[in-house]
Design a protein around this ligand. Structure first.
Ligand code: SF4
Ligand code: ZN
Length: 717
């Protein structure tokens, strides 16, 4: 059989399974029964992407089979293989949708899919979470590993090999059992996702891919050409399929190739394929990583770091449980801190790592210890303003170590060292090695020399903590005095353009980037570290309207960096030319018409807001670098800002937020509401999910009772 026959046969097989699944499910639950994967605003995303249909019930699912079948053309041209491949993936999505229609948790009873053997569907929030790591190339690509590797050892070597290179790993079929047998930690947070027991689960992966194109690329439904162009140009994915490869897998592989994702396999079936590099037959599984990266054109940034455990951003989400812990530095119980300080280069011995106090092997198992990490840097171009920027990066640097967990910053850190890392030989000096390498690598433009000292001696750490607190306070004081008025320039950030080609963030002291990761200070440092990089200086000399936040200079910058897609941006308005969103925003706010206010919801919150929409649904109203008045993605710390929708009346428009979000911004929000409007304890007037969920009338009743100021403001629309 040639490749055409294999693809067509596999495609027919999948389609037949889909037909059967629909028929049986219809018999069970009827044609009005709802069909949804949950926590997505994109319906059955593959079907929406390639047919434009928005399937919500069984009758519509049955009807969707017709256009799927129609796509399975058989003229024996290359395009037929591609179309049939995509149709196969849609047929797989139909089968998965039937499973979810019968049981919303088809892969186990745990609400958190990471606790089940198979993850299945991925939420919109999970797709959005990938935004920043993708643009920073912390995730340089995705691999889909299908079926059983020749040996368990080879399975683990591939999974870990990809993971330690930052490649996001999806698993389908038998390799999941191989990984489990070998005790590989899996789940979305560690970027190894066991999707499903067989090739049918591939639809969940393609669903994630097409949603990334909707969310970040503003690709429209039923736009086959632009969808596949986007995935080919911007999503660096590829497939590794182990022999024996089923015909259905080959058919799905054709779909993957249509989207620009090469397939590497050790199946030597005679397949007369003509697209070079798209189908690679390589029987030496041990060489697949390099071979795959080359086929997809992925180049990795390598830094050699002298530590006995793997270093990869994939481990940032790793959790070390108490029972697996060798010891812990817990800033809430013991003196702990991290500090970056500038020093005269002549006083620094480059790459000197010092430990003052006991090492990890000298403490008892499970002990809580004191720990101070002092990083001293020097260089002609180093400025004290860069210290907090580097210091905050310690969190993600340390978290990249396999078997080490890090949370918090300053003197509120918690670091756990796992028994596994300890047994692999990890000791205190390795924190120093890691920080040295990362800082020298990332900040080479300003850091000529760097030395690290780790203290575990309790008295010494206590002294250092008192000293460090004075430094932290002085910094906070400086930052709190910064306002949009007090600085001469703003900055652009266009990092997200690799996915949202026309999106530009304008970063100001009172409005950080919508991802939450780029403050004005960060942007300033980024600009100085890399003058041709994503953060460019935007002067603010030609004011048009300071109330609404319009400057001619800002407009010019936005026009230039959006390549003409945008004309004008009002920094302080959500109604009039609001700032665009890419897709990776921490929070989204949207108008609530009954109260004249806005609701704000963060990505972590899954419940429904009083406007009847969840985070995912609200988030889908904006994105892709397009201006959408009434909806705006923004960073968490923008909420209590005096500039938050100042043009429309400011903070007093906020009527609803999830409780946890409200608490996290309460202090500053209350202080600013008092200063601006004379309101005491403003957060008590803001409703949350414990007071009202989907009901706007109940919301207005609550706001009326509290005398919320939004009710007395002019309508926004
Ligand atoms: Fe993306 Fe804006 Fe964050 Fe920059 S500041 S990374 S452009 S969201
Ligand atoms: Zn973004």
């Amino acid at each position: 059989m040639g490749l055409f026959d294999v693809v067509f046969h596999g495609s027919d097989e999948m389609y037949a399974l889909a037909e059967t699944a629909v028929k049986e499910t219809l018999e069970k639950i009827g044609e009005d029964a709802p069909v949804a994967f949950g926590s997505t605003a994109y319906y059955l995303a593959c079907i929406k992407a390639y047919t434009g249909l928005e399937v919500t019930n069984m009758a519509q699912l049955r009807d969707a089979l017709t256009p799927i079948r129609a796509m399975m053309t058989r003229n024996r041209r290359t395009a037929d293989i591609f179309h049939s491949g995509i149709a196969t993936v849609m047929a797989a999505e139909v089968i998965e949708a039937c499973k979810y229609a019968v049981n919303p948790l088809p892969y186990g009873e745990n609400e958190n899919p990471n606790d089940n053997k198979y993850h299945g569907h991925m939420t919109d929030a999970e797709v959005r979470e990938l935004g920043v790591p993708l643009v920073t190339r912390d995730i340089p690509g995705f691999v889909v590993l299908i079926d059983e590797a020749p040996t368990d050892e080879q399975a683990v070597a591939l999974i870990k090999g990809y993971q330690s290179r930052g490649i996001f790993v999806f698993l389908l079929g038998g390799i999941i059992d191989q990984a489990m047998r070998k005790g590989v930690k899996m789940g979305f947070p560690v970027r190894v996702v066991p999707v499903g027991p067989d090739i049918i689960g591939v639809s969940h992966i393609i669903s994630l891919v097409v949603r990334a194109a909707f969310i970040f690329g503003n690709i429209q439904p039923n736009d086959y050409v632009n969808m596949n162009r986007y995935t080919m140009d911007r999503i660096f994915a590829f497939v590794n399929a182990f022999s024996p490869v089923s015909d259905m897998t080959v058919a799905c592989g054709a779909g993957a190739i249509a989207e620009g994702f090469p397939v590497i396999t050790n199946e030597v079936k005679d397949m007369d394929w003509r697209v070079p590099k798209s189908l690679v037959i390589n029987t030496d599984v041990d060489t697949w990583i390099d071979c795959s990266l080359e086929a997809r054109g992925i180049k990795l940034k390598v830094t050699n770091i002298d530590v006995p455990v793997a270093v990869s951003s994939a481990f940032e989400g790793e959790i070390i449980r108490k029972g697996d812990m060798q010891l812990e530095a817990d800033g809430s119980r013991k003196d702990c801190l991290e500090l970056v300080r500038t020093k005269d280069v002549r006083e620094i011995e480059d790459h000197k790592i010092t430990l003052v106090g006991k090492d990890i092997d000298e403490f008892g198992v499970g002990e809580k210890i004191c720990m101070a990490t002092i990083v001293e840097v020097g260089g002609a171009k180093m400025q004290p303003d860069f210290e907090p920027v580097m210091e905050r990066k310690i969190h993600s640097f340390v978290n990249c170590l396999e078997g080490i967990m890090h949370t918090g910053q300053r003197d509120l850190i918690r670091i756990r060292v796992s028994k596994a890392a300890f047994e692999a030989g990890f000791r205190m000096k390795h924190f120093g090695e890691l920080l040295y390498a990362k800082i020298k690598n990332e900040y080479e433009a300003v850091v000529d020399k760097c030395q690290v000292t780790i203290y575990t001696e309790p008295e010494k750490v206590h002294e250092l903590r008192i000293e460090a607190n004075k430094i932290y306070d002085a910094r906070d004081d400086r930052v709190s005095k910064l306002s949009d008025e007090s600085v001469d320039v703003f900055y652009t950030c266009i990092l997200c353009q690799s996915f949202s080609p026309s999106h530009v963030c304008i970063v100001t002291p009172e409005r950080l980037g919508l991802c939450g990761a780029v403050s004005w200070m960060d942007a300033k440092a980024t600009n100085q570290l890399d003058p041709n990089g994503p953060c460019q200086i935007v002067p603010k000399e030609r004011v048009v309207d300071e109330e609404i936040g319009i400057w001619e200079d800002v407009n010019e910058a936005v026009q230039t960096y959006s390549h003409g897609a945008l004309e004008q941006v009002s920094l302080y308005s959500i109604m009039q030319d609001p700032m665009t969103s890419c897709g990776c925003f921490e929070c989204i706010c949207g108008i609530e018409p009954f109260s004249n206010g806005v609701v704000i919801v963060n990505r972590e919150h899954t419940g429904v807001t009083p406007v009847g929409m969840t985070f995912s649904e609200l988030a889908s109203m904006t994105g892709g670098g397009v201006q959408t008045p009434g909806f705006m993605g923004h960073g968490r710390h923008f909420i209590p800002s005096k500039k938050f929708m100042k043009a429309e009346g400011g903070l007093q428009r906020i009527v609803w937020m999830p409780k946890a979000l409200k608490e996290s911004v309460a202090e500053k929000l209350n202080a600013n509401a008092k200063e601006l409007y004379g309101i005491e304890n403003f957060t008590d007037m803001i409703a949350d999910e414990t007071i009202v969920e989907g009901d706007p009338e109940a919301l207005v009743a609550f706001l009326t009772e509290k005398g919320h100021p939004a009710l007395g403001l002019e309508p926004m629309m």
